[in-house]
Design a protein around this ligand. Structure first.
Ligand code: URA
Length: 433
């Protein structure tokens, strides 16, 4: 087989055979295919798409490119969760302790940020001492002992995805249904759970900008899950504006801790209840979605989920004083106010742009090697549909560089679209597939 012929086939809109896809994945993982050849093929896939069969073959080849974890020792039904990415997305930090508090084992490997979207592992590492890099034996032990462990990808799981994911980020090929579906499902298949709940984000801050695209991606991933014997539910959630009010690592961790202490913004609450109630259902712990939602609320109100977060942080070496006294988290040197010059209602607040500004302040990475500044970011004070007066604070910019902070203030002013007419609140849960 020859990579040049494979590239030419996809360039000419032909369907790739299973063996050709397997050859590409195997040889690229072993570095026998160059990044520029892989880039050409990825771009051809981006432009010309893939059939359902090609996507399934790509997913399975990527899942089998490294080790495959077996979690069956944790129970009959082990449920995993994944998001297609967003801005201010701290749902895993809030939801997983709740799920563990209900008595469902949580053994989850998360990723780092991609482009303007944040990653759960970067957020967990904002908690001083928290070790995201424990070995698999310890990972399983922790789940057996306290019911939960959240780590980075310490095993060699789907290494082909790791390489292709990093490549896509540098060649403008992130927003593609075949590539996203195979990336997510290969990791989920290799990560060992047999039930999967996916948060398919949709809107300005997501890879899928329209509901139609999000539905297509959901159907594709559900179908791959079925073929792999893993029951999969997709919840399409609104990502037109950031999730919650905080964007940036320390700021998001503080918002997550407060949420588990009962101070949960409405959009976060809706996402947590919807994803969580389906996780409970797939785990075989409750057929009735409304009853499951009540169970989730109960575990927040009685602080069992908050206690689970403390157990998790303690077991992974983190300093629990930060969870109990959030003012210990390092603050940025400068906090600037973004003041409204207009009166009216917030019509739009482009999540991608907010994510990019937060990244420029230092909360994200431009290259894999970049170091994150955990203290910086943005706290929104007004969100879509809120009424605003002249002189009111729209948002706070947390910066460690005065110049960058002032620039962020000006950029955020431009992003807030304020109109005279009343604006309806947007729906948060857009569909369940
Ligand atoms: N999340 C992933 O794991 N992969 C993608 O391609 C996009 C979001």
């Amino acid at each position: 087989m020859n990579i040049i012929e494979i590239i030419a086939k996809k360039r000419d809109k032909q369907e790739l055979k299973k063996e050709e896809i397997e050859y590409f994945i195997k040889e690229y993982t072993k570095n026998n295919i160059t990044d520029y050849q892989a880039s050409a093929l990825i771009m051809a896939i981006y432009l010309n798409g893939m059939t359902d069969e090609e996507i399934t073959n790509l997913t399975i080849a990527m899942a089998q490119s490294g080790e495959m974890l077996n979690l069956s020792m944790l129970g009959k039904n082990v449920v995993d969760k994944h998001s297609t990415g967003g801005v201010g997305d701290k749902i895993t930090l809030i939801l997983m302790p709740i799920i563990a508090a209900i008595g469902i084992p949580v053994a989850k490997m998360s990723g780092r940020g991609l482009g303007y979207t944040g990653g759960t592992i970067d957020k967990l590492e904002a908690i001083p001492g928290y070790n995201t890099n424990i070995d698999i034996k310890q990972f399983i032990e922790n789940v057996k002992n306290i019911g939960i462990s959240l780590i980075g990808q310490t095993m060699n799981l789907a290494p082909a995805d790791k390489k292709i994911y990093a490549l896509r980020d540098t060649i403008a090929c992130t927003e593609s249904i075949p590539l996203i579906a195979s990336s997510i499902m290969s990791k989920k298949i290799a990560a060992g759970a047999n039930k999967i709940v996916l948060d398919v984000t949709c809107g300005s801050g997501a890879f899928m900008k329209s509901e139609e695209e999000a539905r297509k991606l959901s159907n594709r991933m559900k179908q791959i899950g079925k073929l792999a014997g893993k029951e999969t539910i997709c919840i399409i959630t609104n990502m037109n504006e950031p999730v919650g009010y905080a964007i940036g690592n320390n700021l998001e961790v503080i918002e997550a801790i407060e949420a588990l202490n009962g101070k949960m913004p409405e959009d976060i609450k809706q996402i947590v209840l919807e994803l969580g109630s389906y996780m409970v259902k797939l785990a075989g712990m409750g057929e009735n979605i409304e009853e499951n939602k009540k169970k989730i609320l109960e575990n927040i109100e009685n602080k069992k989920a908050y206690q689970k977060l403390i157990d998790l942080v303690k077991t992974q070496g983190g300093d629990i004083r930060y969870i109990k006294e959030t003012e210990r988290f390092k603050k940025a040197q400068f906090i600037f106010k973004v003041i409204s010059q207009k009166e009216g209602y917030v019509k739009k607040l482009n999540a991608q742009k907010i994510g990019e500004i937060s990244g420029d302040l230092g909360a994200g990475r431009k290259t894999k090697e970049d170091k994150i500044d955990e203290a910086v970011g943005i706290i929104l004070n007004k969100k879509t549909s809120n009424k605003v007066q002249v002189g009111e604070v729209l948002a706070y910019v947390h910066a460690n560089d005065e110049q960058k902070g002032r620039q962020a203030v000006e950029q955020i002013k431009e992003i807030y679209e304020i109109v005279d007419q009343k604006v309806e609140e947007e729906k948060i849960i857009l569909g369940i597939i």
